[in-house]
Structure formats: structure tokens, C-alpha cells
Design a protein around this ligand. Structure first.
Ligand code: ADP
Ligand code: G6P
Length: 457
């Protein structure tokens, strides 16, 4: 078996001890790589202003060898906070209104990709398989090819790929599409993303899908496919089963008393639909007097990308909104919304999901959304909760036992909450079983094997 070299901007060693990584890429890849073993190259999370970068810092943890590089503050501002998170992220999440294009940031993005290629190249042996992840590093293969690297290189996009009319608002979209054409296999979360990508190539007359899964763009042919990312289903279910003895889970259970728990877990990101969700909860409580004082909504939301102005604004907005709703609806012995800005360990998270009667997962747009899958995996088979899921999450294509909602429709989401909380046991079991069977069969190891099998073929 060839050695696997994974490259991503974010790597989970950056986290503080005890806290879990928030972010689907780090969570899923860590699970997949632990089994298979390999090298994982990425940003150390550190800023180093020295002119010449020092050697890569190498750290072995279990089966994974981490090879990490520092970046300068100019790199981080332009490449990560700038082009990746103020241009590519909003565009790929259909938020033209939030996209900020700057030539300096764009140049920084391509420069840091070249830098990553120069740091990576000396590590690569002829038989290695290289797997690049996510929107930060789209031009990496083109840079590696320019340096004469002939290995198989695959790319997986964790976020949505938008339709042409949205993508083309980005001034350098052709360069970005050409970047993808330098890979041997490009993976998307869903077939909608794949179709959007094919449509973009066609509309710009850059190329096309020539047959199922094969693309042509200029001189190059390459493959593309949908590989919905997944979780370690069995292991997560086991965490949840045992979590009852965890003191933090016990405390949570005692503190909610006999109220029904609704849970939301998301990075604090405008794509997650958190403000619409709070509106829906407020509507639900206001319009369902029988549930007043009988429900607690726990929203666990670690801050994310705080240096980006749109995220900072979001943080203020959500905190104010949760405070306002609590002020309006709460009583001396009932706080309707518990709003927490921190990460929790995976066993605790699994235990909290299991306590919740409803998992409320309502992104306005999401590549996949692993929280939806984790919520299902964590349920008690005898008394499972109900997943209320946005139709705009990639996960909605697979989780056919969820109550699907349009997150922009506040009343519709509020109605789904009511339906979820009142759903009879038989229906809950039936819906949960369908989803759980799917998740057991399609877990993260299978996702990894499917992608790497196709890349090696
Ligand atoms: P995204 O990748 O956009 O953040 P996903 O739902 O796909 O969204 O993945 C989020 C991952 O981060 C999940 O594995 C989830 O468990 C984890 N996560 C999110 N919030 C927290 C938190 N507060 N504590 C621990 N893990 C979290
Ligand atoms: C999403 C992206 C990942 C990213 C994660 C956390 O899952 O697809 O690439 O790592 O969010 O965001 P951050 O900016 O903290 O890495």
C-alpha cells in the first residue's frame, strides 16, 4: 500500500489539551488517518515573522506523522482570513453579499499555496499518494506539478461548490477552476456540487464532464465524484452509550430536570443559520404554551475566525439575540436558551446529544454537516430523539429519517420542532433506524477507502 500524504490548512494538533477540534475537516480526517496512518502536513497555527521559515516541525502521534509549518502574519491575514475566508468561503456558501475581493489577499493566497508546495515537495517519495483538502489549498497541485511532482494527487472539497452565476462573481474563478483541473481526482460532498462544478466548466467553455465522472479541461483529463464525508459511527455511538457516567453529562442531565432538551452544536459561523434558529425557537415557545417552561434549548457554539469582521459581527448578534429571548421568555426558574461559547470533548458531546429530544441542525448552506450525523449516531436505540435538519445541508441527501426544514422559514422550523417533540416512539424508532443503518454502512473509513481506491485506480 502506498504511503498517504494528507495536506490541509487546519490540523487537529493545534487544539488545546482536552478540547476537541471544532470543524468537520479535522474531526473526520483524524478518524480516517488514525486507522490508515500517514503524513499530515499543514499549518502549525503559529505565526512566525522570521524571514526564512525554519524546518517543518515533525510530531508523531499514534499512526500519524504531523509535519507543520508556521506562517507569517501577512500570510495568515491575506491567505487564511483574507482570500480563503472572506472570498472563497462566502462565495461557496452562496453569500455574494459577504464576499470581499482584494487583489492583495488573492495574491497572498496563491503565494502561500506556492510556499506550501515548496515545503511539501522534499517530503514526497515517488510512490506516495497525495490528498489535499479544502478551499484553502486549491492551487496546490498546480504548484506541485510545476515543480515536477508526478505522483497521484487527489483533492476533496469539504464545502459546497456553487452554481456558475454565484461562482462567477469571484474575479479569479477561472484560475481556481484551472487549479482543480491539475488534480487526478476531485471529490465533492454531493452530486449537486459535482453538477455545479461541471456546469461552471461548461458555461465558461473551459471544459466539460465527458462521461460519468470524467472531466476534460484544456489539455487535461481528470476524474471527479461525490464522496459524502462521514463519521466514525460505531465509535461515536459507543461514546454516547457510556457517556451517562461522565460528570459533565450528569450535571447537564440534573440541571435540565424533567424538561425536554433541544440541542444545537455549531462553530459560530453565518452559514449555520443560528439567528434564524433562535427565531424559530422563540416562535415555537411563544406559540406552544404547553411547552413553555418545559423545554431547554442548549446551543454550544465555539467562536471561529474571530478576526474576520463578518464573524465578529455575528458573535455580537447571536449573543444579543439569545439574551433578548431569554429576557423576554424566561422566568425566575427557567432559562429557555443556554448559550455556550466553548468546545467540549467528544465523549461529553456524544452524551449531550443523547440527552436531547431534538437535534436542531439548520444551516443556510453546508457542504455536509457532521453534527447531524453525530446526533443520530449518539441516540439511544430504545428511545431515540428526532433530527430536525436543513434541506440545504449535504447531509439532507442521505438522512432520510430527519424532519427536513427550510431554515429561512421560521414558522416551518418551529412547526418541525413541535412535531419532533410530540412524535410517537414508534415513528421515532423507525426514522432513527433507517438513518443509523445508513451511517453504520457509510462511515468515515468507507469514505476514505472509496476516495483513495478511486484515486489509486
Ligand atoms: P463545520 O465543519 O462547518 O464546522 P460540521 O458539522 O461538518 O461543520 O463539523 C463540525 C465538527 O466540529 C463536528 O464534528 C462537531 O462535533 C465539532 N464541533 C462543533 N462544535 C463543537 C463544540 N462546541 N465542541 C466540540 N466539538 C464541536
Ligand atoms: C470547515 C472547513 C474546514 C475548517 C473548519 C474549521 O469545516 O471546511 O476546512 O477547518 O471549518 O474552520 P477553521 O477556519 O477554524 O479551520
Amino acid at each position: 500500500m502506498s504511503r498517504l500524504v494528507v495536506v490541509s490548512n487546519r490540523v487537529p494538533v493545534q487544539e488545546k489539551k482536552g478540547a476537541a477540534s471544532a470543524g468537520g475537516l479535522a474531526v473526520a480526517l483524524e478518524a480516517a488517518l488514525e486507522k490508515r496512518g500517514g503524513i499530515w502536513m499543514g499549518w502549525s497555527g503559529r505565526i512566525n515573522e522570521e524571514g526564512e521559515p525554519g524546518p517543518l516541525s515533525i510530531e508523531q502521534r499514534g499512526n500519524i506523522t504531523y509535519a507543520l509549518t508556521d506562517l507569517t502574519s501577512k500570510d495568515v491575514d491575506e491567505y487564511y482570513f483574507g482570500f480563503a475566508n472572506r472570498m472563497l468561503w462566502p462565495i461557496c456558501h452562496y453569500r455574494l453579499d459577504l464576499a470581499e475581493y482584494g487583489r492583495t489577499e488573492m495574491a497572498g493566497y496563491f503565494r502561500v499555496n506556492r510556499f506550501f508546495a515548496h515545503r511539501l515537495a522534499p517530503l514526497i517519495k515517488p510512490d506516495d499518494i497525495i490528498w489535499v483538502h479544502d478551499y484553502h489549498l486549491i492551487p496546490l497541485a498546480a504548484e506541485l506539478r510545476r515543480m515536477g511532482i508526478k505522483n497521484k494527487i487527489g483533492f476533496f472539497l469539504h464545502i459546497p461548490w456553487p452554481p456558475a452565476d454565484v461562482l462567477f462573481a469571484m474575479p479569479v474563478h477561472e484560475e481556481i477552476m484551472r487549479g482543480l483541473a491539475a488534480y487526478d481526482l476531485v471529490g465533492f460532498q454531493t452530486d449537486h456540487d459535482l453538477e455545479n462544478f461541471a456546469g461552471c466548466l461548461r458555461r465558461e467553455e473551459m471544459g466539460d464532464m465527458i462521461d460519468e465522472g470524467r472531466f476534460i479541461a484544456g489539455e487535461r483529463t481528470f476524474r471527479g465524484g461525490a464522496y459524502p464525508i462521514a463519521i466514525e459511527t460505531a465509535a461515536f455511538a459507543e461514546f454516547a452509550r457510556r457517556a451517562g457516567s461522565h460528570s459533565m453529562v450528569l450535571k447537564a442531565q440534573q440541571s435540565i430536570e424533567d424538561r425536554s432538551l433541544i440541542i444545537g452544536v455549531d462553530r459560530l459561523d453565518y452559514s449555520k443559520g443560528i439567528t434564524q434558529r433562535i427565531d424559530a425557537f422563540e416562535h415555537f415557545v411563544t406559540n406552544n404554551p404547553a411547552h413553555q417552561r418545559k423545554v431547554t434549548y442548549l446551543q454550544i457554539t465555539p467562536k471561529s475566525r474571530s478576526e474576520v469582521p463578518e464573524y465578529e459581527a455575528m458573535q455580537r448578534m447571536v449573543a444579543e439575540q439569545a439574551g433578548r429571548v431569554n429576557g423576554a421568555l424566561g422566568t425566575v426558574d427557567w432559562v429557555p436558551i443556554r448559550y455556550i461559547n466553548r468546545s467540549v470533548s467528544r465523549p461529553v458531546l456524544a452524551g449531550l446529544y443523547r440527552l436531547a429530544k431534538v437535534g436542531l441542525v439548520t444551516p443556510l448552506r453546508d457542504g455536509m454537516n457532521l453534527v447531524a450525523k453525530e446526533y443520530v449516531a449518539a441516540q439511544d436505540p430504545d428511545d431515540p430523539g428526532v433530527l430536525v435538519l436543513s434541506r440545504f445541508a449535504g447531509a439532507a441527501r442521505e438522512l432520510n429519517g430527519a424532519l427536513l426544514v427550510n431554515p429561512y422559514d421560521i414558522v416551518g422550523t418551529s412547526n418541525a420542532l413541535a412535531r419532533g417533540l410530540n412524535m410517537p416512539l414508534d415513528e421515532r424508532r423507525d426514522r432513527w433506524r433507517r438513518m443509523m443503518n445508513h451511517l453504520l454502512e457509510h462511515d468515515v473509513s468507507r469514505w476514505c477507502d472509496d476516495f483513495l481506491g478511486d484515486l489509486a485506480a
